[in-house]
Design a binder for this molecule. Structure first.
Ligand SMILES: [Zn+2]
Ligand SMILES: [Zn+2]
Length: 223
């Protein structure tokens, strides 16, 4: 089986419990080949967070485990989202996530809609009560949708998987790890995809083909 790639994790630079090197070492122990560290940012701390992530990730990548740093834009009003994305890219974010309209938190309505209209965004995290037309826009703009390994955000995985599959929008399984126990092995990630109700081929693609496609694009530095 292909080795694990996780595009959504946190360190104590935002609200995770581990330093970046500790998180990387945990991922290495669970046979990851790729880890994106995507700490939360708002309009007030994009540049300072990226500077800390870049410093902390210096020389963390090895031939067996590639580490990339970026951001999860969190609780930024939909009208300011494009500005936040621009600033994150300028500050060196190699992957840009948006904290979607999870059912577990009161995210501003319209966040999903604003995110899927910006092709500079790589991934909409835990998109909760996703609408079909937003999934279609995500597909048109090359934005991946997330099946979440977290028990809270994962409540809507069934809906996300169903709409994504019927609209042909790629999904990836991420841990959204805030502590080491949240990281997923490849077998556990496949289990999350299967539990979402995805068909078996689709579940397999969510932990292999789609992560591979996203990874290729990230390595090329966007589109
Ligand atoms: Zn989030
Ligand atoms: Zn997160």
């Amino acid at each position: 089986m292909i080795r694990r790639a996780d595009f959504h994790t946190h360190t104590l630079i935002s609200d995770g419990s581990l330093t970046l090197p500790e998180l990387v070492q945990r991922a290495r122990a669970l046979d990851h080949r790729f880890l994106a560290v995507t700490d939360h940012v708002g309009l007030g701390d994009i540049e300072s967070t990226m500077a800390r992530l870049q410093a902390a990730s210096d020389r963390c990548s090895t031939p067996e485990l590639e580490v990339m740093v970026g951001v999860e834009i969190t609780h930024v009003a939909p009208r300011h989202l494009d500005e936040a994305v621009r600033r994150a890219r300028r500050a060196g974010a190699r992957i840009v996530l948006v904290h979607g309209e999870t059912v577990a938190e009161p995210v501003a309505p319209g966040t999903n809609r604003a995110a899927v209209q910006n092709p500079e965004i790589d991934l909409l995290a835990h998109p909760g009560l996703l609408e079909r037309k937003d999934a279609e826009r995500a597909r048109a703009h090359g934005i991946f949708l997330e099946l979440s390994g977290r028990t809270t955000h994962g409540l809507a995985n069934g809906r996300v998987a169903r709409i994504a599959e019927s609209s042909g929008t790629p999904t990836v399984v991420n841990s959204d790890a805030h502590e080491p126990s949240h990281l997923l092995t490849q077998a556990e990630a496949f289990g999350v995809a299967q539990a979402s109700g995805a068909t078996r081929p689709r579940a397999r693609r969510s932990v292999s083909t789609y992560p591979e496609a996203l990874l290729r694009r990230l390595r090329q530095g966007g589109r």
